[in-house]
Each structure stands twice: as C-alpha cells, then as structure tokens.
Write a protein that binds this ligand. Structure first.
Ligand code: ATP
Ligand code: MG
Length: 395
C-alpha cells in the first residue's frame, strides 16, 4: 500500500480551466501534506497520484486530504502486476480475509490502450471473489468494495476509499474578505466560500478601545478552526468602540443596528481594497434577526462599493447549525461572549430602514474620520499561533 489516488470531479471543471484547476489542486495537496514525507506526485486522467514513503504516514495523509477542497474522494492503493487473472486471485485472497455480506468491484480504465474493458475486468475479479467467498454482488450499496485503477504504466487496487471534502480547489475562486463575528453563522459563511475555491481573509470587529476586546478571543479560536481548511488564514481585528460611542451619542436608538453594519461595511471595504479582496462575505440569513430584513440588507449593502456575498441567506438556522457542527465551529460559537454589536442594541430595532432614513440618521456622524480612526487600530493575527490576546477591559 504505497499509492494514494486522488480523484476530482472532472465535469465540475470547465475544459479551458481544467489545467489551472488541477495544477492548483496539486499545489494545495502538496502544501497540505508538508511534513508527511509525501513528495512525489504524478497525474493521470481525472486523478493525482501520490507516493507514500511508508504506510505509517497514511493516517496523517488521510486526515489532511479530507480537508483539501476540490477532492471528490481518494483511495489507498497497492500497485500490482498488470495481469487480470493474477489480480483476480489476489483479490479473492484478500476478500476471504474480510467479513462482509455483499460486495462490488469497480474498475476505472484510464489507460484506454489497456486491452480489456472495465466491465470485463470487474466481471473477472467479481467471479473470483464470489467463488472464494460465496457472497453476492451488490452494485448499489455494497458492504465491501474493491477498486481497480488501470492507469498508464501501472495497475492499482484499493479496498479503502475515503470521501473527500468536495467543492473547488482553494485559491481558484479569487480572494474575499469574510466578516467574522463570534456567532454561529459567520464562520459557516466563511467556510462556504472556502468550499467554493475562494481564498478567504477574516475580519473581526471588537469593542476596543472603550469596551471589552473579549470577543476577539472567540474570533481567534474560530479562525484557528477554519485554518484547518485553509492554511495560513489571517484574521484582521479592528476596534469598533469609537464608532459605537459616537453612534450612541448622536443617533436615536432604532436605526443604530443598521448604522453599525453600514460602518462595518465601510471599514471592511477599505481593508478589502487594501488586501485585494473582490467581495465582502457575511453570515446574514434572511429574516433571522431584525437587521437582516430585505430593506435593511439593502441599506447596509449600499455603504459598500464591493459585491456583498451572503452564502447563508436562504438557509434555516438548523441547517447552519448542523454545518457548524460538521466543521467544528459550533462549540466555540455558542460560548458566551460580548460581541461588540450586542452592546447598545435597542430592544426593537428598525426592521424597515430606507436609505433616506439612514442618511438622515448619519447626518451628525463624521463618517470619514470614524473609518480612519477605526482602521488605524487594525491588527493582523495569525490564528495558528498559540498565544492568546489579553482580554483586557478598558471601559
Ligand atoms: P453571526 O452568527 O455570524 O454573528 P448573526 O445572526 O448573529 O450572525 P448579526 O450579529 O446580525 O447576525 O451579524 C450579521 C453578520 O455581520 C455576521 O454574520 C457577520 O458576518 C457580521 N458581523 C456581525 N458582528 C460582527 C463583528 N463583531 N465582527 C465582524 N463581523 C460581524
Ligand atoms: Mg452575531
């Protein structure tokens, strides 16, 4: 067992782009496997083949490959002499050592010059296994699966197929900036964009310098979890306390939430332009809270000149929660915190803002100065670093 065959969905990749996608996927795989000793890779149609230095590294390789986007599935394989009768014999021996109720043989002939067609290879191996084990074939939902890969210059078999993460290879979809609160939704939104091949940078607003920065600890922990799906993720943090202070002082209660969001968008847009991100991502889900009605989302969106992406817009809370559990962010998200925006939130925020009302409410704010002041407090955090930020209170 010294080969891993990584399979991607070729149909998902447009013809002209395929080479770029596969090259990026290969780079991402090599990157993800750094330190495992896997160095050699080569390609076959629809596949990337990895050479393991020894079977000992398989558990680590398996775990890491499961987090590389763009992989449909992968197989731990052994290379065999390209003779179908010999392979049939070998598979019968192996099957006899396994306990199963029914089985299937799946053959993929990537090398079209190989003289025996895939169904015939499967049939020959299947017959040998059936004869030895007395177990029936079940092609729809087998308990035991044998995979045969006929590649140019080599033949491989596998009884160990692992589901991949799916999606598109990281960095093929451009860069976006995701607004990460400490809540359940925004880490899932960031994850969805990574899944679609975007390079995602993160931005968190904390209450500093006037309120607590405690929410930042949670954002760092969430960024660390997301970092497992996208190595070298960076988290930007920006103090939002001065903005809030001025809004509280100069704006009536009801429009405040929407104005906080508009200010976040302006500051985020400045950062996005700085780092070359082409869109801003949020965890908004329609109607979930007062600030997420269609009229309010429109007014928030108007504050930015960049496209706003909201991957969760039509998802139910339960769907978002189950996704959050799958990507391991849920447990962190539900820890109590003091998100800067939960402070000073009125009991009955406006659900039907319009641009005229927002502009009127913003009349007494020095928007440009507030954006500049907040931006000047930016910090870039590497979530992979173990050190924690002090959650000092300066209020
Ligand atoms: P979440 O679970 O993501 O916090 P939510 O349903 O609580 O979502 P809101 O608090 O209204 O929704 O926030 C909507 C979106 O605005 C969030 O999904 C996030 O993208 C962004 N956001 C809110 N607060 C912050 C913050 N402190 N820092 C960065 N982004 C934020
Ligand atoms: Mg929130």
């Amino acid at each position: 067992m010294n080969r891993v065959v990584v399979r991607y969905h070729e149909i998902a990749l447009k013809k002209a782009n395929r080479t770029t996608f596969v090259a990026q996927l290969t780079r991402n795989i090599v990157r993800a496997l750094e330190g495992t000793g896997v160095r050699q890779t080569h390609r076959a149609p629809g596949r990337i083949i990895l050479h393991l230095p020894s079977i000992d590294v398989w558990p680590a390789v398996r775990e890491r490959l499961q987090r590389v986007f763009g992989i449909a599935n992968f197989l731990l394989c052994e290379r065999v002499h390209p003779s179908i009768p010999a392979l049939a014999n070998r598979m019968a021996d192996i099957a006899a050592n396994h306990d199963f109720t029914d089985f299937a043989v799946r053959t993929k002939r990537c090398d079209k010059t190989f003289p025996i067609k895939s169904p015939e290879v499967s049939a020959q191996i299947g017959a040998a296994v059936q004869e030895r084990t007395n177990r029936p074939v079940n092609l729809s939902n087998p308990h035991f699966e044998i995979h045969v890969e006929i590649l140019p210059r080599e033949m491989l078999y596998s009884i160990d197929k692992v589901a991949g993460a799916g999606g598109l290879p990281g960095s093929t979809g451009g860069k976006v900036l995701a607004l990460l609160s400490g809540g359940i939704d925004s880490p899932v939104a960031a994850f969805r964009m990574m899944y679609r091949g975007c390079r995602v940078e993160l931005l968190h607003f904390h209450g500093g310098p006037y309120q607590s920065r405690a929410s930042l600890d949670k954002a760092i922990e969430l960024a660390r979890t997301l970092n497992a799906w996208q190595p070298d993720t960076s988290l930007h943090s920006i103090p939002f306390g001065a903005v809030q202070k001025q809004i509280v002082a100069r704006v009536p209660r009801r429009p405040r939430v929407v104005l906080y969001r508009r200010m976040m968008m302006r500051i985020a847009t400045k950062l996005a332009r700085e780092i070359g991100a082409a869109a801003i991502v949020t965890g908004d889900s329609l109607g979930q809270v007062a600030s997420q009605t269609l009229p309010n989302l429109a007014v928030v969106e108007e504050a930015s000149s960049l496209p706003m992406l909201r991957p969760l817009i039509a998802m139910d809370k339960e769907e978002i929660v189950s996704q959050a559990r799958r990507i391991n962010t849920y447990e962190t998200s539900i820890l109590p915190d003091e998100d800067c925006c939960q402070l000073f939130v009125p009991k009955h925020p406006s659900t039907r803002m319009n641009l005229g009302a927002a502009n009127a409410a913003e009349r007494d704010l020095d928007i440009e100065a507030l954006v500049e002041e907040a931006y000047a407090g930016i910090e870039v955090i590497d979530p992979a670093m173990p050190s924690k930020v002090d959650s000092h209170e300066t209020a």
